[in-house]
Write a protein that binds this ligand. Sequence first.
Ligand code: BTN
Length: 265
Amino acid sequence: MDRERFEKRLRTEYFGQTLIRYEETDSTNIRAKAAAKNGAPDGAVVTAQRQTAGRGRRGRQWDSPAGKNIYMTIILRPDMEPDKAPMLTLLTACAAVRAVERACRIRGSIKWPNDIVLNGKKICGILTEMNIKDRRTEFVIVGIGVNCNQMEFPEELRQKATSLKRECGKDIEREELACLLLEELEGLYEIFEREQSLAFIKEEYEARLVNYRQRVCVLEPGGEWKGTAQGITETGELIVKDGTTGEIKTVSSGEVSVRGIYGYI
Ligand code: BTN
């Protein structure tokens, strides 16, 4: 990420106005956490050209080759209860899908809760972490990885991952996409901070949801079950009608993951 190009394209009030940029680091989430503890302001952004210990959800690794993709973490200091913070992940997914559409003229989908998918494969993942102090949210960090110009993927990811360049055939300017994402997220975040609910974005989110009205397999710590996704609640849980009992259940992203019946989607 080039600082000058980034600053030239940035149209936000405070998201990204403080930029901490690394050529190489372990993980921008780790760096962001350290920066937040040292007092980095609300909206500060950490980026890296390459991560040596990029982290995914559920303890997975995030493949982070040099100079091709976006590895970016935003520091937020929302005035909200810790249990509301996971909603920021869904909000970020909406911002990311909007930004991809603006930058590449391609309509992406969301796999609940926060993967951005193009043509059935993942191009973006989001990892939200938070710090709680005296039972209040001290800060939240939202890490975003977008596969932009990577053309080759390791064997084990080939079925599941792709990049914007692979899907739309042109080079992606990472600074532009990152700035559009920050601009979209800043707008959504302002409303979200006020309303502390996803009601205002629920319709848009559901319209993008690949799982919408689809059969899904819910993987819970205690076992798995199948049902049909019916949408999301105003707090971001997935609503699933149990295929065996017909019961309507809600599942939250911290506890479970969801797969399609035949594979990733
Ligand atoms: C996922 O598993 O889908 C979440 C992936 C999140 C990857 C991003 S890349 C920037 C930030 N730093 C990390 O170590 N992880 C996130």
